[in-house]
Design a protein around this ligand. Structure first.
Ligand code: FAD
Ligand code: ZN
Length: 468
């Protein structure tokens, strides 16, 4: 039976695109290198019809499947478990840009397109596809949609869900739903598109999408502002909102701990200030008028912040290279953390109004439980999203501290819940946070999710063990 199943996959995708043994290995480990699963095979069909045929074979043989894009997901969603029962269904060969419709401001792509290629296709049409994240060179739009990815432009343009008008999906029965509609209004019953977005491959396989395009700004300006505390970052956000309105397109927070870590592991990166400051806000403004207009707006707003005592110091990038240098500081935080050693990670969201209270209270609670513990806190402050990572106190080995994951999660996630927040802002649940979910979701919400899963995937073959 095993052989007959693999023979069917070979007939669908071609023998060269059904990988086993050592050939399959690169598809089985998660991006952080913390877990390696096992699979019967990795199959890479060429197109939507091939994906549908693979899913039908899986349904007929009751073989679970794990949809996989760029495998940059951070919650063990795109790798199989250790049982070796599942196959990995990689979308990498579905990488065509299908259509550009400038008048409708839409782009239609295969789900396996790398995000960077999607951004480039938009630029080639003189438009902007604003989704932007550090993994954009290897993550796929299908993975972005399936995790409802966020990134650094959510403040102005929303999450991936907000950037999608239509989907093509292979259902768990192996049928193709063509929902590739480029409509901004379509109230014709239940919103199936929004059900598959963020479902982490547990309901069906996304094979294509219609994405929204936006006018290209004439100029993008970047500034780094030094601050006393997270509360000042919130005051600055309110001031920037009031002064700059929708031209404010990015607002990131990083602490001194983060920048020290980056300086230690990437000494060639810029050090914008001579002195150290407790916190920093990285701002981006996009002007649709001109560079001069953007600079004037930014400098006037920062001037007000300095005058009001909200900001301690500030640098405004005067060239593209300088702007890239400031963003590089932000983007290298997770990489510097990886070099420093494993730590306990949280991707949380909170009402913006409660962020300062959350950071102060949680820092104190962790320090009481683990004196000297190092909190590496940064994130998309404008969206209420923090990457709140906990590294061991001095003298404790990183690997040993990982054993504290459960009690550390309890401190952090209980405080998130108490502040009205969410235990996953943008990375999803996957297998990593699955057992946390029942603690923080109401039973009625979980029951509705299970009912949807049972209705759409009655055989339970779509990415089992993830989310639920
Ligand atoms: P994968 O990892 O392959 O899959 C992710 C999930 O989606 C899995 O559950 C998988 O089964 C499912 N899936 C994949 N493709 C499909 C499909 N076609 N149909 C159905 N299900 C599918 N995330 C953010 O939100 N914001 C960030 O700023 C951010 N920064 C990151 C920075 C780095 C350096 C890294 C490594 C990751 C970052 N991430 C971020 C997380 C990750 O990049 C995103 O979640 C991304 O959207 C995943 O895309 P992928 O193609 O790699 O998906
Ligand atoms: Zn992020």
């Amino acid at each position: 039976m095993t052989d007959r199943f693999l023979d069917e996959l070979r007939a669908i995708a071609g023998a060269a695109h059904v990988l086993t043994g050592a050939d399959a290995a690169p598809f089985l480990a998660d991006w952080r290198g913390r877990f390696t699963g096992s699979a019967r095979a990795v199959v890479l069909p060429a197109d939507t019809a091939g994906v549908a045929a693979v899913v039908r074979a899986c349904a007929a043989h009751r073989v679970p499947l794990v949809p996989q894009g760029g495998r940059t997901g951070l919650v063990l969603g795109s790798v199989p478990d250790a049982s070796g029962n599942a196959i990995v269904l990689s979308l990498r060969r579905l990488d065509r840009v299908r259509a550009v419709d400038v008048a409708n401001r839409t782009l239609t792509v295969d789900a396996g397109c790398i995000l960077h290629a999607v951004q480039q296709a938009a630029l080639d049409a003189g438009m902007l596809f604003p989704l932007s994240l550090a993994a954009e060179g290897s993550c796929t739009i299908g993975g972005n949609l399936s995790t409802n990815a966020g990134g650094t432009a959510v403040l102005r343009y929303g999450n991936t869900r907000d950037l999608c008008l239509g989907l093509e999906v292979v259902t768990a029965q192996g049928e193709v739903w063509d929902g590739l509609r480029g409509l901004r209004k379509d109230n014709t019953g239940y919103d199936l598109r929004d059900l598959y977005i963020g479902a982490e491959g547990t309901l069906g396989v996304i094979t294509g999408a219609v994405l929204k395009l936006f006018p290209l700004p004439k100029a993008a300006l970047t500034a780094l502002v030094a601050l006393d505390a997270p509360a000042a970052a919130l005051d600055l956000l309110a001031l920037m909102d009031a002064e700059c309105g929708p031209t404010l397109t990015g607002y990131e927070l990083m602490s001194d701990v983060c920048l020290q870590l980056v300086a230690a592991h990437y000494p060639a990166l810029p050090r914008p200030f001579r002195e150290r400051h407790p916190q920093y806000a990285l701002l981006e403004l996009s002007s649709h008028e001109s560079e001069r207009h953007g600079v004037a707006l930014l400098e006037a707003a920062i001037g007000k912040a300095l005058e009001a005592g909200i900001a301690r110091d500030a640098v405004v990038a005067t060239s593209i290279a300088q702007s890239r240098g400031l963003w590089a500081l932000r983007e290298h935080i997770p990489l510097a953390q990886a070099r420093a050693g494993k730590n306990i990670k949280h991707d949380i969201s909170l009402p913006v109004s409660r962020m300062a209270e959350f950071i102060a209270g949680t820092d104190a609670a962790l320090d009481a439980a683990y004196p000297g513990v190092q909190v590496v806190c940064f994130g998309h402050l404008g969206d209420g999203n923090l990457h709140y990572n906990v590294a061991p106190p001095p003298g404790v080995a990183h690997d040993d501290f990982l054993a504290q994951q459960e009690p550390v999660n309890r401190i952090v996630h209980d405080r998130v819940a108490a502040c009205g927040g969410s235990i996953s802002a943008e990375h999803g649940i996957g297998a990593l946070k699955r057992d946390e979910l029942p603690r923080y979701k109401a039973p009625v919400e979980l029951a509705l999710m299970r009912a949807l899963k049972a209705a759409l995937d009655p055989l339970g073959i779509m990415n089992p063990g993830k989310i639920l």
